[in-house]
Design a protein around this ligand. Sequence first.
Ligand SMILES: [Fe+2]
Ligand SMILES: [Fe+2]
Length: 254
Amino acid sequence: METKISEIADGIYRLSTYVLDIAPPAGFTFNQFLVLGDEPLMFHTGLRKMFALNREAVSRIIPPERLRWIAYGHFEADECGAMNEWLAVAPNAQAAHGQTGCMVSLNDFADRMPRVLADGETIDLGGKRVRFIDTPHTPHGWDAGVLYEETTGTLMCGDLFTQLGDGPALTSGDVVGPAIAGEDLFNYSGLNPGMGVTIRRLAALAPRTLALMHGPSFAGDGAAALNALADDYDRRLRASFGDAGLGAAQAVAA
Ligand SMILES: [Fe+2]
Ligand SMILES: [Fe+2]
């Protein structure tokens, strides 16, 4: 396996490792994002067993010990499995995650105490600025959240838009159709009535780049892609609850 590096927005690097054995023959990518600044941030630690690969990839961009922040979408091995390995190599690094995630997992799991981020709270990285946004249970995980880099308009989406294959690092093509196919195959989302509301809230940011954890990054109309994804989750929920049931459940979730 190798880890490829691409700059997908100004000062934001995608570290991509392709695994053929997951969902062959298409295979599957695991992508980490390194956001440069006075206080560099990594979004997703990568799997613990891929730490050596990711560490070597980061070292081609900055000395890994310079990392200041380690953030991720939700508590799972590919999102944060290598957390303590990064904390060990970067003595000034601190994990940063939402209130739920710190309370439920990170306060115990991380070798140093994390920074707790409220919904909408920002971290000034010096040259870049990231905002944590709670997306509970979307696409899965009670502690789920995404990170929005304000200066480049880049939304680090975590598992949203998960797709198969080893596409280009950056595309302006369709990312919604492949995400629908990915959902059909994996059933990875915890379908809940708040999904559409939560994803449309992200669309309101009008991101210019969507950084996918499992798939290419997307440059273009991020709002349109997010709204289309929200529509598809509404369609799935409507199939389960019916129109009236979905409407009532969304009213509660909003
Ligand atoms: Fe996940
Ligand atoms: Fe993931």
